[in-house]
Design a protein around this ligand. Structure first.
Ligand code: UD1
Ligand code: CA
Length: 473
């Protein structure tokens, strides 16, 4: 532990995030593409922060303002303009660290799976060996696209050769450069000024620092790391693969925390989500954004929950869409319900199938179990909303509010033409269109009186002389 502490002390991190990411074919800067529900740069920043470095510098260039806005004040910013390769980017980053004499950790902005523990291991190896450069390498079954680690007769790494500059023999090397390095600051400064862009891409390669160290008879150390962690994102195919790995990692973490995930391969949990123990997630659940799920909840198949809070013991049945909603303990939703932003379900409230809610508070123990639209409404506790009830909250110009007080009984197929208020304990008869406020404990009934004409149907059949199929069946 003390050795690791000592190694981390005096560390600066440079994150390379200035590249165009051409192979993504995207208007969004590559490092802002989401992995696990947040920009991949966020994961790299988090990894850097865990090292508690003295300084962190993010090198930006392509779409600099978008990337700068995301970084905010969490790191210093260095500009690289125009992007002329990873070596040039590192040079720009190092310029922000004048007088820094420690170890520089370089991270690629496009490898979001790198763990802080791995970087700590790299620093420990670096510190122990006294090398000028320590690079992380990995064995890949398919090394296509990565720089290859070329080793000399004594087994030491002597150079990194990029795929496009490699000979056919070098391309057969399965040990790749992960883009993760620990380098002595002084040596890095010197090596970077001597880079040339004499290569297939006409760029300044950071990888040439390895060759420079060998030329200067400095020690180059390589640390073998887990291949999964260092998967880089260059294309959208890579993006999908890395997303899958990130998702699997997140599911594993929550299962270890006591969450049952019936089908981890088909469960999407953003890195930003929290889940309590004994919660069960059915196949196809997608938990997004700043969502917090309590303990002992069940979330049914195919349900998507975005930026919402679910208390303890909440039941979300199959195929619900829940956005920016707040559900207290014991609430129950679905199947096939849509909770739109501003939906609040108080304790033990129930929302059933084909119910849509928007900006609604449904009080303690209240129910809207079938086929309703409730918008811009405050509904008290122990209210029963019958099937098909609708708030008419929009007159084409403005939205108005419906207030339904505690213990109201709303019969099926009622409408509330807002603004309107129904007082405590009132009963709304089925089929009523409520257009004016209803006092507490009243019955309101607003439907055409029923007319019954005895024998009318039979007489009609007699006139036409036909026997109705309804009678024959
Ligand atoms: C790089 C390495 C390669 C390694 C791979 C690991 C070089 C020359 N090659 O290749 O050996 O196997 O990473 O994933 O370093 N960037 C800048 N400015 C630039 C160019 C790039 O900041 O001018 C940033 C990018 O935003 C990206 C990172 O550097 O985050 C890596 O650049 P990229 O072009 O993806 O390098 P690779 O071809 O993947
Ligand atoms: Ca890359």
């Amino acid at each position: 532990m003390t050795a690791r502490r000592a190694a981390v002390k005096g560390t600066a991190v440079i994150i390379l995030a200035a590249g165009q990411g051409k192979r993504m074919r995207s208007r969004l800067p590559k490092v802002l593409h989401p992995v696990g529900g947040r920009p991949m740069l966020e994961s790299v920043l988090e990894c850097a922060a865990a090292l508690k470095p003295a300084r962190t510098v993010v090198v930006i260039g392509h779409q600099a303002e978008a990337v700068r806005a995301w970084v905010g004040d969490r790191a210093e910013i260095a500009r690289q303009d125009p992007p002329r390769g990873t070596g040039d980017a590192a040079r720009c980053g190092l310029k922000s660290l004048p007088g820094f004499h420690g170890v520089v950790v370089i991270l690629n902005g496009d490898t979001p799976l790198v763990r802080a523990e791995t970087v700590e291991r790299l620093l420990a190896t670096h510190g122990a060996s006294g090398a000028s450069v320590t690079l992380a390498t990995a064995q890949l079954a398919d090394p296509t696209g990565y720089g290859r680690a070329v080793r000399g007769p004594d087994g030491a790494v002597t150079a990194i050769v990029e795929e496009r500059d490699a000979t056919p023999a070098q391309r057969r090397i399965s040990e790749i450069n992960t883009g993760l390095y620990a380098v002595e600051a002084e040596f890095l400064g010197r090596a970077l000024t001597e880079l040339s862009a004499d290569n297939a891409q006409g760029e300044y390669y950071l990888t040439d620092v390895v060759g420079a160290a060998v030329a200067l008879r400095r020690t180059v150390q390589a640390l073998a790391v887990d291949a999964e962690e260092v998967q880089g994102v260059n294309s959208r195919v890579d993006l999908a693969r890395v997303e899958g790995l990130m998702r699997a990692r997140t599911c594993r973490r929550w299962m270890e925390e006591g969450v049952t995930i019936l089908d981890p391969a088909r469960t999407w949990i953003d890195a930003t989500v929290t889940i309590g123990p004994e919660t069960i997630l059915a196949p196809g659940v997608w938990l997004e954004g700043a969502t917090a799920v309590g303990a002992g909840c069940t979330i049914g198949a195919g349900s998507r929950v975005t930026a919402s809070r679910l208390g303890d013991g909440v039941m979300v049945k199959d195929y619900c869409v829940i956005e920016e909603a707040d559900l207290d303990d014991g609430a129950s939703v679905g199947p096939f319900a849509h909770l739109r932003p501003g939906s609040i379900l108080r304790r033990d409230a129930r929302v059933g199938n084909f119910v849509e809610l928007k900006k609604v508070e449904l009080g303690v123990g209240s129910k809207a179990n079938h086929l309703s639209y409730l918008g811009d409404a405050v509904i008290g506790s122990h209210v029963n909303i019958g099937a098909g009830a609708i708030t008419c909250n929009y007159d084409g110009v403005k939205k108005s509010r419906t207030v339904i007080d505690d213990n109201v009984f709303v019969g099926s197929d009622s409408q509330f033409v807002a603004p309107v208020r129904v007082g405590k304990g009132a009963v709304v008869a089925a089929g009523t269109t409520v257009t004016e406020d209803v006092p507490a404990d009243a019955l309101v009934i607003g439907r055409a009186a029923q007319v019954v004409k005895p024998g009318w149907a039979k007489r009609k059949r007699g006139r036409s002389g036909k026997k109705r199929s309804a009678h024959s069946s």
